[in-house]
Write a protein that binds this ligand. Structure first.
Ligand SMILES: Cc1cc2nc3c(=O)[nH]c(=O)nc-3n(C[C@H](O)[C@H](O)[C@H](O)COP(=O)(O)O)c2cc1C
Length: 192
């Protein structure tokens, strides 16, 4: 059966390079016969994590909904911007809140541990968001116990990297994306 893969761009910005990368990843995943859902974190607005807020009001409904969205998929592709050599707060905050959700007596972080993650980044800079990829890998693997596949894609000079059809102009980058997509599907099927 086709694995269900969730695609999450880590930016809300109009004309975001990472929204574009996420859309392309979604297209490649569909071509590889995955059942793809692409979401926007704009639909899961969350306050900045605050322990007092959690103690008084519990985990916000949107964090529970986002965690359930992950739980409904076997694999996740995240396209992250790089802010000051790390993960942007939008994405880190969403992960932090999700890491606080406990439903029906499930083990802590269970939703991260039972699915495969693949990462991509796009930046107008020359490193292509590579440091954000490393930081996000640390958060997910070491912080949340997730299985993050080694295959990933970093798109440098993202402002000129896409053509009019929103495909990547560079054939090596296109090959990297296809490799990551294939590995994500294979891993998601294996651990599901
Ligand atoms: C606060 C801030 C910090 C940034 N730091 C970096 C950085 O460390 N490395 C980098 O490559 N780009 C950096 N950028 C530029 C982003 O890569 C760029 O704004 C990019 O377009 C954001 O991703 P998006 O197009 O998906 O929104 C930074 C941007 C902002 C707003």
């Amino acid at each position: 059966m086709a694995p269900k893969i969730l695609v999450i761009p880590g930016s809300l910005r109009t004309n975001s390079h990472n929204v574009r990368l996420a859309a392309l990843a979604g297209k490649e995943l569909s071509l590889a016969e995955a059942d793809v859902t692409r979401i926007s974190l704009a639909d899961y607005a969350l306050p900045l994590y605050d322990g007092d807020l959690e103690a008084h009001s519990g985990v916000p409904h949107n964090a529970v909904q986002l965690k359930r969205m992950l739980a409904a998929h076997q694999g996740v592709f995240i396209a992250t911007p790089e802010y000051n050599a790390s993960v942007p707060p939008l994405l880190k905050n969403a992960i932090d809140w999700m890491s606080r959700v406990r439903e029906r007596g499930e083990a802590p972080l269970a939703v991260f541990k039972r699915r495969a993650f693949a990462l991509g980044a796009a930046s107008p800079g020359g490193f292509g968001g590579m440091r954000s990829l490393l930081a996000l890998r640390q958060v997910l693997e070491i912080g949340c116990g997730a299985l993050v596949i080694p295959e990933q894609i970093a798109v440098p000079h993202a402002d000129t990297a896409f053509d009019d059809m929103d495909n990547l102009k560079d054939e090596h980058l296109t090959a990297s994306l296809k490799t990551a997509v294939r590995a994500l599907i294979d891993t998601a099927q294996r651990i599901a």
